[in-house]
Design a protein around this ligand. Structure first.
Ligand code: AR6
Length: 168
């Protein structure tokens, strides 16, 4: 089941939350900064052992002080106008996060809107990418949460989801 939730992702009690990280995996601003702050400094120590992460790929760590058991770190594309494989890279982020989740027994998972903050991916287009991959994996998870940080983003997801469901 896909749910749209308006929340700080660090508060969610799920098997895994996904982090919109950068290639160093050593933390940053936005949701990445919030996750590192809430998980505690041991997360950065752990991430140092992972040798970074390429754009579109995903790596798992424990959740440490978070209510979530795991964190799946993925690196979204920086928006450069749409002609630089942004759509396929963003699709890969969601797919690879789901595949890492399945390999680790995750049944409930929450995603932020990857790439739509500092990385500048247009929100409507990013929402469509996110939902299309979520729909592909829907049957294999108990809960898939699209975690939005404000009501406007949540509304975007809700109306896009309604539109897809009405076509199903
Ligand atoms: N919970 C849920 N969503 C959040 C939270 C939160 N606590 N905080 C922000 N968002 P961004 P990106 C939303 O910029 O665009 C970092 O510095 C936010 O409103 O966090 O993928 C990394 O280290 C937006 O919709 O990630 C990278 O360098 C979404 O999360 C870079 O930013 C993503 O915004 C990654 O940029």
């Amino acid at each position: 089941m896909i749910e749209v939730v308006c929340a700080d992702i660090t508060t969610l009690e799920v098997d895994a939350i996904v982090n919109a990280a950068n290639t160093t995996l050593l933390g940053g601003g936005g949701v990445d900064g919030a996750i590192h702050a809430a998980a505690g400094p041991v997360l950065q120590d752990y991430c140092r052992t992972l040798n970074g992460c390429r754009t579109g790929e995903a790596k798992l760590t424990p959740g440490f002080d978070l209510p979530a058991r795991h964190i799946i770190h993925t690196v979204g594309p920086v928006w450069k106008g749409g002609g630089h494989y942004e759509k396929s890279l963003l699709t890969a982020c969601y797919k690879n996060s789901f595949e890492v989740a399945l390999r680790n027994g995750v049944r409930t998972i929450a995603f932020p809107a990857i790439s739509t903050g500092v990385y500048g991916y247009p929100k409507q287009q990013a929402t469509e990418v996110a939902l299309s991959v979520m729909l592909d994996y829907e049957d294999r998870f108990a809960r898939i949460i699209a975690c939005c940080f404000n009501d406007r983003d949540a509304e975007l997801y809700r109306s896009a989801l309604l539109a897809v469901r009405s076509r199903q």
